[in-house]
Structure formats: C-alpha cells, structure tokens
Ligand binder design. Structure first.
Ligand SMILES: [Zn+2]
Ligand SMILES: [Zn+2]
Length: 388
C-alpha cells in the first residue's frame, strides 16, 4: 500500500477529526481543548509527545541522530461563521476561517502514517502543533524559545497552508521571499481643542493627521528601492465628535510590510522621526507605537527543491505550480530564519468552482479532499528526507 493509499484509507477518520476541530475552534493562545484533543489522538497512536508554550504540542516519531520537522498551526479567528455547513462552528464569534483545522488534521494524519512506517525511519520526525499563529507575537517564537528546535535539532522544517486561490489538490511552491514581515502601527496625534469657528485658538490634529497620511507614503515611493517590495497602509483613522469642535486627539492604525529586513529597520526610524516632524509642523505632538511582528518568510531553495521533487511523485507534475509571493505574514518565518524551511500552499478550492470565499472570510469552506494531498505530502517529505 502506498502512503497515498494509506491516507485514503484513513480519510473517514480525517474528516471526523477535522470536523470535530472545526466545531470547537479556539482563539490564539487559548487552544486548551484543541491541545488536549491532539494529545489524546497522539496517545491513541502510541506517539511520545509533550506540551510546549501552554497550548502547543511537540511529538516525536522514530529514533536516531537525524531529525526533520513538520509544523501545523492550530488556532482559530474571532469571526462568526456563516458557511451554513452542518459541522459549522459551535462557538459564536469564533471560526477556523484560516483552515488551521485542516492543517492540524493533516499533521495528525501524517503522524499516523509515520508511526505505521516507523521501522523505515532513519531518524526522528518532530511534529510541531503550534498555537497562536494569528496573533502577535505568534506561537512559533515562543515554542522556539522553549526549546522546540533542540534535542534533537531538525535539519529542515516543512509546513503548509490551505490556499483558496488554487484548485483542490494542487500544490504551489516558491523559493526565496514568500510572505512579508508584518509590523503593526499605532499613532496618537495630540493637538489642542477649540471651537471650530475659532480655529486659531486650537491646534488641529485632523489637519496634522491628513498631512501625515499623505507624507508617510513617501516612505514607499521615495525612500525604497522600487525593486524591493514594501508597503505602508494606514487602515484606521479616528478623531472628533461634532461639526463645531476642533478635537484634541486623532488616533490612527496601519501596517508596515516588507521582504527586506534592512528596509524594514530603516522604515521604523523613518516613521518615528517623520511622525514627530510632520505633526510638529501643525503644532501637534505625534507619537507612534510600532509593534514589531513576524519577520519575512524566506523559503530555502534546497528545501523547496526537495519538497517539490517529492510532490511531483506524490501528486504528479501537472498538479504542481509556482506560488506568487504574497504580502501576508506567517510565523513559520521564525523557523525558516534559523533552519532551512519550505512552506508550500495546498490548493483547497472545490472542483468546478472558479472562486471561493478567501482566508479569514466567514464563508471560507475549503474542499476537505485537499487534506488527502497535504497529509500524504507531509508524511512522504519527512520519510524521504530521513532516507536521503
Ligand atoms: Zn490566518
Ligand atoms: Zn493561516
């Protein structure tokens, strides 16, 4: 029986597992039931495991000095599900709208396959069930700080994300920059309140905010090599209450994203300095709080070549495509900063559909059959890595 056939044989269990997780979603860093469920499943399989970072799980299959790691994220989002599916979320306002329920299930399935083939393993497969992918600082950095990548240290790490823009069963790869760094920006612009008919008695933070939003775009258009992707987006602006009042304060939010750590660091300084300077021109005090998030996700060429060659045998060359990098963020980046890693995209769009609601949409409903491909690919990649 091939691994793909074995995965097909456990598919009813995968569906049941996925739907259980889907019905019981938990927000980032609150995945207590999910963690317990994963531990139960691993225990039933006879796989050694332990809890890390409060709600994460690390499991080991095989033995020896060599090691390869597979990672899935397990958290859900604060979204109220609107799919109307019979197995929709049972929790109001919480939903697996990023498909992490499928990621968790595929890694559990891979665990089952690997346990079945344990005698063939020339080393250890480390299975990482990671909490808190959707929320800064992200579960990856915490798991790494707690020693997840030591004892033994993996030679490579592989992960995947279900992807609504590709047909079910297709796998997409790209080497190099794959997803962006992501920093959250929070501004407070303080002026001086006045009667709107006596503007000369106040300091207007609205005018300062308007000037600031305009000026900051020069970070991207005039202070960035146009060949290096980077973006600044001001996404929220709040101030004022009435037509006849100059308000005291305006608050703004935004996001800074890049594939380049050097430009990212330059941008932090630029934002701090220019926020102060532009607001001062208007007699206001501008402050920015930069919450530094995930680094850019850079896929390692060798890891991509390896996973792609495995995929060409598992799914066939016709079902492999190139992934166009996105300015999304993904904390798999932390693993790939310290070891060669490959994060691939797994098509999840149901057959016959040209589009489907995207990630983080209340109607997101990927084709569950995508899990057949994803589980087999995880297991095969680990097995072959340790045989190579
Ligand atoms: Zn997400
Ligand atoms: Zn996700």
């Amino acid at each position: 029986m091939t691994i793909s056939e074995y995965v097909e044989s456990i598919f009813p269990w995968m569906i049941e597992t996925r739907r259980h997780i889907h019905q019981h979603p938990e927000l980032s860093f609150q995945e207590h039931e999910t963690c317990a469920f994963i531990c139960d499943q691993l225990k039933t399989m006879g796989i050694e495991h332990h809890v890390v970072a409060s709600t994460g799980v690390v499991a080991h299959v095989g033995s020896g000095d060599r090691c390869v790691a597979l990672r899935a994220d397990i958290d859900a989002l604060p979204i109220h599900e609107e799919t109307g599916l019979e197995y929709a979320s049972k929790r109001d306002g919480v939903m697996h709208a990023c498909g992490h329920d499928t990621h968790t299930t595929m890694l559990l399935a891979a665990a089952k396959v690997l346990k079945h083939h344990e005698a063939e393993l020339r080393g250890v497969v480390k299975l990482i069930f990671q909490p808190g992918e959707e929320k800064t600082p992200g579960g990856a950095s915490i798991m790494i700080a707690e020693g997840t990548l030591t004892n033994p240290t993996p030679e490579m790490i592989f992960g995947q994300h279900i992807y609504p823009d590709a047909p079910c069963g297709q796998v997409q790869f790209v080497a190099g920059p794959t997803m962006a760094s992501c920093d959250e920006l929070f501004w407070t612009i303080t002026g001086y309140g006045a009667h709107a008919a006596q503007p000369h008695k106040g300091k207007d933070p609205i005018l300062a905010a308007a000037g600031l939003v305009q000026h900051l775009q020069s970070l991207v258009t005039k202070h960035r090599n146009p060949l290096v992707p980077g973006l600044l987006n001001v996404t929220s602006i709040h101030g004022g209450t009435a037509t006849n009042i100059v308000p005291e304060v305006v608050e703004m939010k935004g996001t800074l994203r890049s594939f380049d750590n050097q430009w990212r660091e330059f941008a932090w300084t630029f934002l701090e300095e220019q926020t102060k300077a532009v607001c001062a021109l208007h007699g206001c005090v501008g402050e920015i709080n930069i919450v530094k998030g995930y680094p850019p996700l850079i896929n390692d060429q060798k890891a991509v070549d390896f996973a792609r060659s495995v995929a060409s045998e598992v799914v066939g060359a016709d079902s492999i495509a190139d992934f166009e990098p996105k300015m999304w963020a993904e904390d798999f980046a932390y693993y790939s900063q310290v070891m060669p890693g490959c994060f691939w995209m797994l098509g999840g769009r149901p057959d016959g559909q040209h589009t489907m609601p995207g990630l983080h949409n209340a109607k997101f409903a990927p084709d569950e059959r995508a899990m057949l491909t994803g589980a087999a690919l995880l297991a095969e990649t680990a097995l072959r890595h340790l045989r190579a």
